[in-house]
Design a protein around this ligand. Sequence first.
Ligand SMILES: Nc1ncnc2c1ncn2[C@@H]1O[C@H](COP(=O)(O)OP(=O)(O)OP(=O)(O)O)[C@@H](O)[C@H]1O
Ligand SMILES: [Mg+2]
Length: 282
Amino acid sequence: MAKIVSLINMKGGVGKSTLAVNLAWQFAGYTNWLKNVLVVDLDPQFNASQYMLGDEKYKKQISATNRPTVWDVFEQRTRTPSGGGPKVISPTDAIFNVVTYTGGSHIDLLPSRLELAWSLRQPAEKEHLLQKFLGKVADDYDLIIIDCAPTESLLTTAAYLSSNFILVPVKPEYLSTIGLPLLARSLREFHEHYDDHHVELAGIVFNHASDYAPEEATSKREVNDEAKRLGWHVFDAEIRYSRSYPKGAREGKPIFTTSKAHQTQKTAFHQFAQDFARRIAL
Ligand SMILES: Nc1ncnc2c1ncn2[C@@H]1O[C@H](COP(=O)(O)OP(=O)(O)OP(=O)(O)O)[C@@H](O)[C@H]1O
Ligand SMILES: [Mg+2]
């Protein structure tokens, strides 16, 4: 049964998609793990889908086709992008194989598209649909990673309901600390409303760390104080600022195969992946 983890932070641009995709590549591609991983792109911006497939392939194989996406999962009872009536979406139709490694592990993607934003207009009774869908495939994977949008919506509730854990990337700068109380409140309200489902906080991870003083040190101290108050874990391992991440997104590659990526950056990410795997008992 897969461990299901949502990457979430109400603050935008903190690295949710970057981490979602790179963690998938690490756990499936590294010989000491070789896990089967599914990435669920739960953001109408579809950044994770584009990152994993590359722009060209995304357009050709997803957006220009009637292929079901995560949008269809939310619209099973209403209509589908292909124009048909209500239809239960089968995982084999919607899940896309991104890569299969020689060791046998693979990464699959449940892609997203812009139209997912339309599902938010009529959110009633859609929040359980993703959980049900993932329930059908959870035995096929070791890890399912859900890349969330930065705003609170039906999709956030769907992510919480589907997940065992949440992982919170934080950029160590002043405005990032503002997202944490919003997230804490969102999680508290979720647990009050859905008291039969518990989501555990895997932890906060600093991303974009560069030791820029004194702002970064102050921000980290503030985040650590807030985390302590909330009883949230903060990972010791940090993900360093590196131009290789945006470069990797352009190349459609993980940090460990991005051209000219520094070994220190790769090692830092690997260290975090190890800590994270231990934390969720992967
Ligand atoms: N460690 C890093 N070093 C340098 N650039 C990074 C790093 N992590 C992420 N980035 C870049 O920062 C930008 C935002 O990252 P990303 O899209 O992963 O954030 P996000 O939290 O998913 O954003 P959104 O809230 O819009 O979904 C991207 O251009 C990405 O390539
Ligand atoms: Mg994103």
